[in-house]
Write a protein that binds this ligand. Structure first.
Ligand code: GDP
Length: 488
């Protein structure tokens, strides 16, 4: 490690991603627009011979000065098959000189008419002229290996493409702009501050380097712990913003679960996607509530039964309730509470015993009818849950229910603004980083040799580095980029 290391500078990382030798030597090409017919389709190429290959496939309408295309300028012309000179389409092409490109390599993009046949023929022309087919995510992998983006930012590209909600989109954009990376860098810098002091005293014991003060080391480590804990605190909300929330509607038959499900879907402008493989026991639909993707699961009921066929349905309902992020317990407000209501509520309390923090909402439905359940009686079924009165007939209370779902999903009044972590991979790496820091604190407090503290600190830095990619293994990179689409 160099002694010019600045622990306060998050850019100054412990290990640096090394570009595998030979990587990016070749030129890759792919259709970058989605399959199918469209107004425009784009074929993209990246690599050292992108310009040479591009000039064999693209014939400009007007002669280029010195036969060299000006960088970052849209040119009109024709795409041709280089072997035969046959015209494939009239196109626009842009030649972009490294390093101001997506991959930091030379990039050429040809925009043609959005015909799958035309695009495939342009791609084939590029392959015939010396490019090779890109793997999924390979363009973004190159951007990462060439240091244009870190790993978290590369993943944000995919999250941005896949975002289905405004909230998910905003989160991905912030990650792409480096907010997560900066915060991880801060935690690494703090852990590094402790490590450099220890290493200096180990490397130069006879020299003038004073033995580090344990309380000073402890303070640096505590700073790093606090930074990580703060990120972890928002992680579950981040997952909800990105992946959506599973919400189970539970209650005895006829209280209005299906009607509520339909009402929540109807009030929403966006999506109604039936989920494949649903059974008559549980019905799942996607809705957009307060900018959050919500998977609503209507359970057939947690009603005890002797009928073996129905028992399967009860089991499915239990599983749905068990795996849900949020539970909506629905009551028919026009009838007095029945033993079945009580047993469903009791069942839910048992199911969620392990996780008392699981958000739940009590719904007194059929509020348009004469009310037979006093609030206190309803509330007694689930003391911590907010109580909402709804009617699927008049629409009363539905907006308030949506508000409650969104608010609970995001952790009460907390702002989505401080959420940075949305991926399970990042959360896992943060957790491991935190555990190593906690181990370092224990080692330090026990007065063990500082070498041991250094081991824990290095392990923590390694775990954090997996997020931004400094310490990511080739295997991890393969797994991440394999999920990308071709051409990205
Ligand atoms: P589920 O078995 O819990 O899914 O209940 P359903 O949604 O099938 O509803 C049972 C019955 O209650 C149906 O006849 C609905 O039309 C009726 N219902 C549902 N919600 C309301 C409501 O808010 N007000 C009134 N008056 N009837 C309702």
């Amino acid at each position: 490690m160099s002694d010019s290391h600045d622990p306060q500078n998050p850019q100054d990382t412990y290990e640096t991603a090394s570009t595998p030798v030979g990587y990016g030597d070749d030129t890759i090409a792919a259709i970058a627009t989605p399959p199918g017919i469209g107004g425009i389709g784009i074929v993209r190429m990246s690599g050292p011979s992108a310009f040479a290959v591009g000039l064999r496939v693209f014939q400009p309408a007007h002669a280029l000065p010195d036969n060299a295309p000006p960088s970052h300028q849209l040119l009109f012309g024709r795409a041709i098959a280089p072997a035969t000179g046959e015209i494939i389409d009239e196109v626009m092409a842009v030649f972009m000189r490294a390093p101001r490109t997506y991959t930091r390599e030379d990039v050429v993009e040809i925009s043609a008419h959005g015909s799958p046949l035309v695009l495939r023929r342009i791609l084939e022309a590029m392959l015939a002229a010396g490019a090779r087919s890109a793997q999924p995510g390979e363009m973004t992998l190159r951007a990462f290996l060439n240091g244009r983006v870190d790993l978290a930012q590369a993943e944000a590209v995919m999250a941005l493409i896949n975002a289905e909600t405004d909230a998910g989109h905003r989160l991905a954009l912030r990650q792409l702009q480096g907010e997560l990376s900066a915060e991880v860098g801060r935690a690494r810098g703090q852990a590094m501050a402790a490590l450099v002091r220890i290493e200096a005293s180990i490397d130069f014991p006879e020299e003038e380097v004073p033995a580090p003060n344990p309380s000073e080391l402890g303070a640096f480590i505590a700073d790093a712990e606090a930074t990580i804990e703060h990120m972890l605190a928002g992680a579950d909300r981040g997952r909800v913003l990105r992946e959506g929330l599973r919400v189970a509607l539970v209650g005895r038959p006829n209280v209005g679960k299906s009607s509520l499900l339909n009402a929540l879907l109807r009030t929403e402008r966006a999506i109604v996607t039936p989920i494949a493989g649903t059974t008559r026991d549980t019905v799942e639909e996607k809705a957009l509530i307060g900018g959050i993707a919500v998977q609503l699961v209507d359970t057939a009921g947690l009603t005890p039964t002797e009928n073996p066929v129905e028992r399967i349905g009860v089991e499915r309902s239990r599983d749905a309730a068990r795996s849900a992020d949020m539970l909506l317990l629905v009551l028919d407000g026009s009838e007095a509470l029945t033993p079945l209501d009580e047993s469903v509520a009791a069942e839910l309390r048992t199911l969620t015993q392990q996780d008392t923090t699981r958000p739940a909402i009590l719904i007194r439905n059929k509020a348009d009818l004469l009310r037979r359940i006093p609030d206190e009686a309803a509330q007694a079924l689930w003391p911590d849950a907010p109580l909402v009165a709804t009617s699927t007939v008049t629409g009363e209370g539905l907006a308030s229910l949506e508000g409650q779902i969104a608010a609970l999903a995001l952790g009460g009044a907390a702002q989505a603004g401080d959420v940075l972590v949305s991926s399970a991979r990042h959360k896992d790496a943060l957790r491991r980083g935190l555990e190593h820091l906690q181990a370092a604190q224990v080692t330090l407090a026990d007065g063990l040799p500082l070498d041991f503290v250094a081991i824990d600190l290095r392990a923590a830095l390694e775990a954090l580095g997996e997020i931004t990619g400094e310490t990511a293994t080739a295997d991890l990179l393969d797994r991440i980029f394999a999920e990308f689409c071709i051409g990205k």
